[in-house]
Design a protein around this ligand. Structure first.
Ligand SMILES: *Cc1c(COP(=O)(O)O)cnc(C)c1O
Length: 430
């Protein structure tokens, strides 16, 4: 048991720190992964992809096995592994037949690759606002941003919670749009009985080292569509060199790359996938304990889990209302960090405010693609277009990076104690 410090002065004001220990770094890799990787290395075949039309166009035995296991696990017709989700999203946007100048509606509350995957094909990212509860695309804002040039929606299942996929599907169907889910942060999260990421035309999970399960770097794309799956496999592996012999006649976006995942990573991925359910359950347990402990703190909203959904807690996202306490988020954040809480973030990202979009300088230095003829209209990236995302970023979002450490019950209790201590001393912070 830790000493109850809640009556002592805040660490920020010279008192003792609530949390003296370092939490254990999150590490889902164990003996199974070591053994699986060792076997591949001993066999000497570290990759078996050939970039031409050949049985090995689809990769080696571990890539195949991992993909079949992912299909079974997520309940999808096709899983296509890639060397990162960034690569996978590029393949996905290419696969749906995007044309230069097409617009794709995307969330600003995400990692930058969700939008650059669009820009990569000289298509135009259009930012819609997010819902304050889940931080995912707000269908109303998406609908308001549809133009005759819109081709697709890139929904992002952020923080561990699915976007409102049913509502987005209604909009997609109404306007003839494709729907892509960037589910990097939410593998294992559920939406109405199905895995987040599996309900869009294409979904994808990241396997980078700070995601729930990882292979160092890597990604898994999922789809039930045979054509989209095959087009992603082509873009993954030098499409332009394969289409001739394969007899592919639709040459659109058959510009290929090397987005291939290796055999070592796939062997590790096979073991990681077996652990996903347990890893998500562990985070849910920690998050529920946190939410219980933090319940009732003035101005603090713990994560919202919508009906028929489950949260995979990539982070534990909170909203703090400075109006209710009279203390800015910056000050509260400083006080919490001073108490020894590790991995507490005070803001996330507003992708539309990155210099690239503000200055509209991407390919070359003269504003391509925005200034070129392929761009149908002047797209607005100015501050103010996504008031909810901007407000959260500027003054009210707080998130505990559950992805960075193991959260044993006693660690969670220490975090709760630190929060309660700070909230007991709000007067001293004013
Ligand atoms: C991590 C992440 C990505 C990119 O995944 P990589 O595998 O690192 O390329 C994309 N989108 C979101 C929301 C992410 O969190």
């Amino acid at each position: 048991m830790s000493k109850n410090t809640s009556t002592e002065p805040l660490a920020l004001l010279g008192g003792p720190k609530t949390i003296q220990k370092q939490f254990t770094r999150y590490n889902p890799i164990g003996a199974e992964e070591v053994e699986a990787a060792r076997k591949v290395v001993e066999g000497g075949l570290l990759s078996q992809f050939l970039g031409c039309w050949d049985p090995d166009f689809y990769g080696g035995p571990k890539v195949q096995e991992f993909e079949r296991n992912c299909e079974a696990y997520f309940g999808v017709k096709h899983a296509v592994t890639v060397n990162s989700l960034t690569s996978g999203l590029i393949a996905a946007v290419g696969a749906i037949g995007i044309e230069p100048g097409d617009e794709v509606i995307v969330s600003p509350w995400t990692m930058s690759a969700s939008a650059t995957a669009i820009l990569h094909w000289n298509a135009i990212p259009v930012f819609a606002d997010i819902e304050p509860e889940t931080f995912c695309l707000d269908p109303k804002s998406v609908e308001a941003n549809v133009t005759p040039y819109t081709k697709a929606i890139m929904a992002v299942d952020i923080c561990g919670h699915s976007a409102d996929i049913d509502a987005l599907k209604v909009i997609a169907r109404k306007h003839g749009l494709k729907l892509i889910s960037d589910t990097a942060q939410s593998p294992g999260a559920m939406y109405k009985g199905k895995f987040a990421g599996t309900l869009a035309d294409i979904g994808g999970y990241s396997l980078n080292y700070h995601k729930h399960i990882h292979t160092g770097e890597g990604g898994i794309m999922v789809t039930d569509d045979d054509v989209l799956a095959e087009r992603m496999r082509l873009i993954r592996n030098h499409a332009e060199a394969v289409v001739g012999d394969k007899g592919v006649t639709d040459l659109s976006n058959m510009v290929g790359y090397n987005f291939r995942l290796g055999e070592i990573e796939s062997a590790i991925g096979i073991e990681q996938l077996k652990k996903l359910k347990g890893l998500v359950a562990t985070r849910q347990r920690a998050a529920e304990r946190l939410s219980c402990g933090l319940n009732g703190l003035k101005g603090l909203r713990t994560p919202v889990v919508k009906p028929d959904c489950s949260h995979a807690y990539y982070v534990y996202p909170m909203v703090y209302d400075p109006e209710q306490t009279g203390i800015s988020r910056v000050r509260i954040h400083q006080a919490l960090v001073a108490e020894g809480i590790l991995g507490l973030g005070a803001c996330y990202q507003n992708i539309h405010l990155l210099p690239m979009y503000q200055k509209k300088i991407a390919y070359g230095s003269s504003g391509f693609p925005w200034t070129s003829d392929i761009c149908h209209r002047e797209v607005n990236y100015r501050k103010g277009i996504c008031p909810v995302a901007e407000g959260l970023h500027d003054s009210s979002y707080l998130a505990l990076g559950i992805c960075m450490h193991e959260f044993a019950d006693e660690d969670v209790d220490l975090i709760v104690e630190a929060f309660r201590k700070v909230w007991n001393s709000l007067e001293a912070l004013r």
